[in-house]
Write a protein that binds this ligand. Sequence first.
Ligand code: RUQ
Ligand code: CUA
Ligand code: CA
Length: 626
Amino acid sequence: MSNKDNHQEPSEHVKLSRRLFLGGSSALLATAAAGGGLSLASAPALASDDINVKPGELDEYYGFWSGGHQGEVRVLGVPSMRELMRIPVFNVDSATGWGITNESKRVLGDSSKYLNGDCHHPHISMTDGKYDGKYLFINDKANTRVARIRLDIMKCDKIVTIPNVQAIHGLRLQKVPHTKYVFCNAEFIIPHPNDGTNLKNLDTAEQYTMFNAVDAETMEVAFQVMVDGNLDNTDACYTGKYAASTCYNSEAATTLGGMMREERDWVTVFNIPRIEAAIKAGDFTTLGDSKVPVLDGRKGSKLTRYVPVPKNPHGLNTSPDGKYFIANGKLSPTVSMIEIDKLDDLFDDRFEDPRAVIAAEPELGLGPLHTTFDGRGNAYTTLFIDSQVVKWNMADAIKAYNGEDVDYIRQKLDVQYQPGHNHASHTEARDADGKWLVVLCKFSKDRFLPVGPLHAENDQLVDISGEEMKLVHDGPTYAEPHDCILLRRDVLNPKKIWERDDAFFAETVAMAKEDGVTLERDNKVIRDGNKVRVYMTSVAPNYGMSEFTVKQGDEVTVTVTNLDMIEDVSHGFCMVNHGVSMEISPQQTSSVTFIADKPGVHWYYCNWFCHALHMEMVGRMLVEPA
Ligand code: RUQ
Ligand code: CUA
Ligand code: CA
C-alpha cells in the first residue's frame, strides 16, 4: 500500500495499546470459550444469540448495500446476511431490463449512454432525525450522478447528473427537520471553464470543486458552493443548520506526493441557512448553460468555515447524540471530534481559532477511515492499515484530551482484512440501537475458497450488543460495497404487487392512451409510419398475443402489461437475438423499443419462471423483408 509508507509514525500509546490488546483479547476469547474467566453467561443475551435466521424466518433488519463500481444497490437481510434483492441503478441489468426498457431509460435520461457507475454511499431519507423509509439516495462517482430509489417498490425512480463538477463521492442527507437536501461532494478540482480554453495556462486558471445540494423531492440541483481544496466525505448535523466535509487535498495538488505535503488538511463546514439566505438575496452566479445557483464558499466567505485537522482525513460521521462531527484521520492515527454546539460561534467573525471547536483528537491506530456509533456513547472506527475496528468511548476521549488520565480505547477487534466503512444498526439516526456492526473489508485473501486472482470483498458482521465486540459472520460480496445502511424492518412496508397508477410506468400508460389502447384489456398492433407499437397483456402462462408481424427496419415498441394479481408471479419478455429482455411483475407495465433488423421468424419467450407451462409461454415476431 502506498500510504503505508507515508503514514505518520504512531505514538507509543498506539503501538502499546495495540500490542496489549491483541494479546489480551485472544486470551479473553479463549477463557470465554472454555466457559471460564470473565463470565459472558451472566451478561444479558447478545444479539448474536439469534444470528441463525432459520428457514422461513425473517431478518430483523433490511441492509442496503452499495454495489460499488458494479453500479447497483443490494438488499440484504441482517443478521442472516442473505441477499434478498438487487436494485440496478448505474448499471445495466439483463434480468429486469434496467438500461434496456423505456421506463428505465427515462429515469437514466441523458446518462443512459453510460453503462458503468461507481456507487459508494447509500442513505435513507429522514424525518426529525430518524429514517422515514421513503427513499434511498446513492452517489455515482464514475459519472457524477446522484440516484434516488423508491423504497416502496425498490426501484430507482430518479437520477440527476450534477453539472459543473467531476466525481460525486461523499453523500449524506439533511436529517432535520426532514431530508430536504441531499448533500454531495464533488471530489476533483477542475478548471472553470473546463472547455479546453485554459489548458495551456492551467497554473493560472481558476480551479475549484463544489459542494452540492440536490432537492430530495424534485431531484433538481438546488445549489453548488465553491470551496478551497477538495471534498471527500460529508455528513449533516441534527439541527438542520450545518453540513461538514473532509478535504484531503487542501494542497490542491494533482499528484499523490503533492496531496500529502501538508501535515494538516481541513474539514469544511457549510452554513445551510446562510447559503439559503444568499440564494434568496440573489447573491450567486451560474456557470455555462446550467441554471443552478453557484455560491462562493472559498476562504473568507461567510457561508463556510475551514477547520484544520490532521492529515488527509477521509470519513466524516455525525454522532447520533448530535454532538460531534468526527473526521477520520487516514494518514494520521487520530480522529478529530468537532463540537457541533460551537459551530454558531465558529461562524461569528470574532471567533479567532477554528481549532477551538475540536473537542478531542483521540489516537486510535493506523489508517482510521470511518466511524460508526452504538448510541451508548461509544464509537467504532475502522483502521485500514491495522486491519482492525477500534471501539472507543467519546466522553473518555474528551477527558483524555483535557488532560485526565483515562483510557478511552475499549477494544480492538481484528477484521479480515483492511476495512473501509463500517456501519452500525440505525447509526445515522437519533435511535442508533447498538446491536449490529457491519465491517466492509476490502480484502478477503484466505477467508474464502479461491476464485481466481480477483477476490471477493468481505463484509463481516459483528455483534456489538454486549460489552465486547464479537465477530459472527463473514460475508463475501462482489465489487465493491463501500458502505451499507441498516434499517429496522418495521420502518418499511414495501408493496407486494404494483398499483396500476404507479408513476414508474405512468408515461407508458399515457402513451398507450394516446394510441387508444387500454393496457389492462387490449392486445393490439399500431403502426405509425415505420414505428410499430405492440401492446399485449400477460396472464400465466400466456401472452395476450402469440404472433405479430412487422417489416424489416421497423422500430418496434413492445409494451407488456402483467394482469396477474398473485404475489410473486412475475413474467418476462425476451426477444431472441435482439438484445431485448425485461421484467413484468404483477400489475406492472413494461416496454422496450428495438429495431426489427432481421427478416424471418423470431421467437419471444417469458424468461421469469411463472408457471408449470412457463416454457410454453412464447410467441413469434414475423419480420417481412424490406
Ligand atoms: S468512501 S471506504 Cu466512498 Cu471510504 Cu469507500
Ligand atoms: Cu410467464 Cu414465465
Ligand atoms: Ca493533504
